[in-house]
Ligand binder design. Structure first.
Ligand SMILES: *Cc1c(COP(=O)(O)O)cnc(C)c1O
Length: 405
């Protein structure tokens, strides 16, 4: 009989940190989904209304995407067998890149293993240590990691503060290095939209590279979900557009859109592209089918927005702080319910779960200290009855636990 080995003294510092999280009440266990990703599903044996996924358009189990994945598996097998640059570029990978480039109306596209690697691999490879990165303070972790890996000098501007970004640009105007302005299209914790249009003007004025991370905007903002560049009508003004295939597109992956030269450069220099194996063919086929659906079933996006506005209005009139006072104001299907205190937030999330609503508690360090929140995400596939049921549960639990008076 074998027994697993416990923590040895070498890792005792990790145990201390885990104990600290438990003390603060922010330690969590992973919730396990026992059926499909859907508006109502089963986590840890409990049926819940799911307000926690990024499955914006309900495509995670769409019959056409399932069929596409199965057909590709039958035809091409389950793996690609190599990194893209060695022997792992399959015809279907190229088809997906061409499809996305056409959808986004750009010259070219490269697909990465995830949105995380798309950001980190791009930012780290297009700049060097003599260069500058101007980054919104609430940008995603993958941008921050990419910026650090690039060794460029990082200037952080206050959230969505275009004037502050300009001040920082002026300070380095005469420095020889290249400048990159980067923002999330939609911010993942607050659900507000980045000022892509105004930052693009700034980039033009100072000759900076303009980059946007549209992970939460892909499939959500713009015509047929084309993203923030389309939402603001700034086509041709954003040099690097990153998107994800893991949220509304419902599969896995990330992509970069831009000029042919940008994409060829990333083929040669982006380290996750060069050193990590490409997607199984089923993933590429699923994504191709998902982009077809964005065009053929635009009513999903309309339903997503109708559900979103209804849910936000109802939460607001019930008296919840859904952002916009001490935190940014959500304008998208991501709606935070701000509680402030970390422990209170985690307890509220747990009580909601026990009452049949799944909504994630998010505390420091993912969000600033004192700005803890339960984050909700709406999808196109929640029915009005499910939304009403969720609202009732949230209100009842909030009153019982003193979150609402
Ligand atoms: C989720 C997310 C990513 C990472 O995308 P994955 O495809 O899940 O790796 C990148 N940026 C932002 C803003 C995100 O919300």
């Amino acid at each position: 009989m074998t027994t697993s080995i416990g923590t040895r003294p070498q890792l005792a510092h990790l145990t201390a940190q885990i104990d600290d999280l438990k003390q603060r009440g922010t330690f969590f266990k992973l919730r396990v989904l026992e059926d499909e990703q859907a508006p109502v599903c089963t986590y840890d044996g409990r049926r819940v209304i799911n307000l926690a996924s990024n499955n914006y358009l309900g495509l995670c189990n769409h019959p056409k995407l399932r069929e596409a994945a199965i057909a590709a598996t039958v035809k091409y097998g389950v793996g690609s067998g190599a990194v893209r640059t060695i022997a792992g570029t399959m015809r279907i990978h190229m088809e997906l890149e061409e499809k996305i480039a056409a959808f986004k109306n750009v010259e070219a596209c490269v697909v990465f293993q995830s949105g995380f690697t798309a950001n980190a691999g791009t930012v780290s490879s297009i700049l060097g240590k003599e260069d500058f990165i101007l980054s919104d303070e609430l940008n995603h972790a993958s941008i921050i990691d990419g910026a650090r890996l690039s060794r460029a000098k990082i200037k952080v501007f206050r959230h969505k503060d275009v004037e502050h970004a300009e001040e920082l640009l002026k300070e380095i105007e005469n420095e020889p290095g290249r400048k990159l302005i980067i923002t999330d299209g939609v911010f993942s914790m607050d659900g507000d939209i980045g000022p892509v249009d105004k930052l693009a003007v700034l980039a033009e004025k100072y000759g900076a590279i303009m980059m946007v991370d549209d992970a939460h905007a892909s499939g959500v903002l713009g015509r047929n979900g084309r993203g923030s560049v389309d939402h603001f009508g700034v086509h041709g003004k954003v040099d690097v557009q990153v998107g994800t295939l893991s949220k509304a597109i419902a599969s896995l992956g990330g992509y970069v859109c831009g000029s042919r030269d940008l994409i060829d450069y990333l083929y040669h220099r982006a380290r996750p592209f060069l050193f990590s194996t490409s997607h199984p063919p089923s993933v590429a086929a699923t994504c191709i089918a998902a982009f077809d659906l964005l065009e053929s079933e635009p009513e999903r996006i309309e339903r997503l927005w109708a559900n979103t506005w209804y849910f936000k209005e109802q939460l607001t009139s019930a008296g919840f702080d859904v952002g916009g006072v001490t935190t940014p104001k959500s304008e998208t299907p991501i709606t935070p319910i701000i509680l402030g205190d970390g422990r209170k937030t985690m307890d509220f999330s747990k009580a909601l779960f026990e009452a049949g609503v799944m909504a994630t508690g998010i505390a420091f360090p993912t969000v600033p200290e004192g700005k803890a929140r339960v984050r909700t995400i709406m999808t196109s596939e929640h029915t009005r009855a499910e939304i009403d049921q969720a609202l009732e549960t949230i209100t009842v639990v909030a009153k019982r636990t003193g979150v609402l008076s």
